[in-house]
Write a protein that binds this ligand. Structure first.
Ligand code: APR
Length: 320
């Protein structure tokens, strides 16, 4: 059987890291696309030349021509601009919306059967716009945010408890922005929920609150340190987990920015929720019950996403 074809739209920091991970994990052959000439070709060749040393079997092709993504099984979209220190993800909206239009049209024309994972920010609005521009089925277009946000939460919790990151699970809901909702009561260390760990005296509520805030600010913390761009290793790993779940029909339970219509009282909005990813893309949106406080935080986050979607409609009338 032919290897899966994985098209990476955007060959910048995340795109290059994605290409490297796809090759190392032998998930499929890579087509790395960018409008910048030479960058996708150079990165593809560089990674391919690591193949004999790493011992992977995968072909990598860099291109500036959408025709090369034809028939892709998975497209991961990172095209656009990242933020600089002092910018919020929302500041990227105008520029990246135009990018989503050209990417959506490219995917529609050449890879309409692909499972599409969007990473470009502001994520919840960009994945919504990309879905509209591409016209692909809603279960086949999804945004990557929850795995990254919960990964950050898990990392900080593992430091606090001094335990392996593998034994920490974390739950984050809502938009990928300052209003995201890390849910302590569904986050566990070795299966023990955080509120119980506070009661056991292993940590304090203040410490948990601090970690929740650091998780919300996780992207900005990296931007402030890098100064010239935003996070790319952890975002790439997170998107690869989603691609693998689709390609191998793993039925993984993963938090993603999925199209929600009905659940959580939402009507046709992309927002971060727990999902099941398998061969049919987003196979299920899992609806959990929320406490009054959690619901209020979720509503605030949903309102922020709605505001961004309205802003997109204001900029591009074909979206309204
Ligand atoms: N089509 C294809 N590629 C494009 C387009 C376009 N219309 N416009 C820009 N690009 C390419 C750029 O040439 C660049 O190589 O997108 C790439 C983006 O790479 P980086 O600037 O390195 O950004 P990166 O760190 O990879 O982040 C990409 O993901 O997390 C989000 O906020 C982040 O929106 C940003 C995106």
């Amino acid at each position: 059987m032919a290897r899966p074809k994985i098209a990476l739209i955007g060959a910048g920091q995340i795109g290059g890291t994605l290409a490297h991970l796809v090759a190392l994990k032998e998930l499929g052959d890579v087509v790395l696309f960018d409008i910048a000439e030479g960058i996708p070709q150079g990165k593809s060749l560089d990674i391919a030349e690591s193949g004999p040393v790493e011992g992977f079997d995968a072909t990598l092709k860099g291109t500036n021509d959408y025709a090369d993504i034809a028939g892709a099984d998975v497209c991961i979209v990172t095209a656009g601009v990242p933020r600089k220190p002092g910018m919020s993800r929302d500041d990227l909206l105008g520029i990246n919306l135009k990018v989503m239009k050209s990417v959506g049209e490219g995917i529609k024309a050449h890879a309409p059967d692909a499972f599409v994972i969007c990473i470009t920010n502001p994520l919840d609005a960009m994945v919504w716009a990309l879905r509209s521009f591409s016209g692909l089925p809603k279960n086949k277009v999804v945004g990557m945010a929850g795995i990254l946000d919960s990964g950050r939460f898990r990392h900080f919790l593992s430091l606090e408890f001094g335990v392996s990151m593998r034994d920490v699970s974390a739950f984050v809901l809502g938009g990928h922005g300052d209003t995201m909702v890390p849910l302590a009561r569904y986050s566990t260390v070795g299966g023990i929920p955080l509120p119980d760990l506070v009661k056991m005296g292993w940590t304090s509520q203040d410490k948990i609150d601090e970690i929740v805030q650091r998780t919300r600010d996780g992207g900005a913390e990296i931007v402030a340190l890098l100064k010239t761009g935003s996070a790319f290793y952890a975002p790439a790993s997170s998107a690869i987990e989603m691609a693998e779940a689709y390609l191998k029909d793993q039925k993984r339970v993963l938090p993603c920015a999925a199209y929600v219509d009905g659940a959580y009282g939402l009507k046709g909005l992309y927002v971060g929720v727990p999902t099941v990813i398998g061969a049919n893309g987003i196979e299920k949106v899992i609806e959990i019950s929320l406490s009054k406080d959690e619901q209020a935080m979720f509503d605030k986050s949903v309102d922020a996403v709605k505001g961004l979607v309205e802003a997109c409609k204001g900029i591009d009338s074909s979206l309204s």
